[in-house]
Ligand binder design. Structure first.
Ligand SMILES: NC(=O)c1ccc[n+]([C@@H]2O[C@H](COP(=O)([O-])OP(=O)(O)OC[C@H]3O[C@@H](n4cnc5c(N)ncnc54)[C@H](OP(=O)(O)O)[C@@H]3O)[C@@H](O)[C@H]2O)c1
Length: 292
């Protein structure tokens, strides 16, 4: 199949690119982080997006591109809207011109975190600008005439070129001997990026549509996740300080009991969901391979 990944320079997009490139004809785009053999594309530019997509004419468009920084979205709601909602609308309109399928990426931040983990059928009720924007963008996808697949996921970690995810940053800070405050009241279902992308590959190759939660099988708080990462990466866990979310002084309200239920994906996917220990061990091996 001919595939386009808008946002292939990001954590999920790049891993998806690697998972798909061996068996499909894949084109990737970046925005601010130039990547060899990929194209520059700003999804907020309607005309450019339309021309790029209609000329390329892919069967499937993956859209991991977003502004997923929760604090940045809270501080710059206009930018959040422009990228996460208007950008999605632009890609969707172009996909409609060529009847391409759209694979959109969404989040457990759609929910208020009062009673997670959440199933695909629960009604979103977001607490912050990021979550509300993702919900709006999801609605555009669901209401469009394009065939579509919506992947909801939660706290994604793994090796990535730009090194932005929680575990990569934790690893860097602990190696420098810094103390790191980590909330012990934010629960999620951490998801290993390679595992996520292998399952997405399976779904698209079986032409699945609709909403699927793809997340790790364990609900755990950020502090316990950090301690497990320190153990597996052989770092000093005593540098990790458990705190309540409110002590961090963050601007965006966090859903405390988040995470996603995975019964639906388990009923269709052959690839098993990796638990956090398995994911972190694989991540460590991947990082060692890349640094040698
Ligand atoms: N990571 C998580 O824990 C998590 C959890 C739940 C859901 N999600 C969702 O999964 C998706 C991917 O997340 P991620 O962690 O892979 O994010 P990421 O690493 O920050 O990647 C975001 C991608 O979007 C691109 N981008 C940003 N602004 C753009 C613009 N104006 N036009 C075109 N591309 C633009 C970035 O390009 P440059 O880097 O080149 O600027 C990058 O390739 C997002 O939709 C997010 O909401 C992520």
């Amino acid at each position: 199949m001919k595939m386009l990944i808008v946002g292939a320079s990001g954590q999920i997009g790049f891993n998806l690119y690697q998972a798909l490139a061996g068996s499909h004809q894949v084109t990737g785009t970046y925005f601010s982080y130039p990547m060899l053999d990929m194209y520059s594309l700003d999804m907020t530019k309607q005309g450019i997006v339309k021309d790029f997509i209609t000329v390329l004419n892919p069967d499937i468009i993956f859209l991991p591109a977003a502004l997923p920084d929760v604090e940045a979205c809270e501080k710059k709601p206009d930018l959040c809207r422009r990228v996460n909602i208007d950008g999605t609308r632009n890609v969707l309109a172009a996909a409609g011109e060529i009847n391409a399928k759209v694979v959109f990426f969404s989040t457990d931040y759609l929910f208020d975190g009062a009673a997670g983990p959440y199933s695909e059928t629960e009604t979103p009720k977001s607490l912050n600008v990021y979550g509300k924007a993702k919900n709006e963008a999801e609605k555009l996808i669901r209401q469009s005439a394009c065939p579509h697949l919506i992947i909801r996921t939660s706290v994604v970690y793994g090796y990535e070129i730009q090194g932005k995810n929680f575990v990569v940053r934790l690893d860097e800070r602990l190696r420098r001997g810094e103390k790191v405050k980590v909330p012990n009241d934010q629960f999620s279902t951490p998801t290993y990026v390679n595992n996520l992308c292998a399952i997405i590959k399976e779904l698209v190759e079986n032409d699945k549509e609709g909403i699927y939660n793809i997340a790790g099988p364990e609900l755990l708080n950020r502090y316990d996740f950090a301690v497990l990462a320190a153990e597996i990466f052989e770092l000093d866990r005593s540098l990790i300080i458990p705190v309540a979310t409110e002590e961090l002084g963050q601007q965006a309200i966090r859903p405390l009991r988040g995470g996603l239920k995975i019964d639906k994906i388990r009923s269709v996917a052959v690839t098993p969901l990796m638990n956090v220990r398995e994911g972190l061990i694989d991540m460590k091996k991947t990082m060692e391979r890349h640094s040698s």
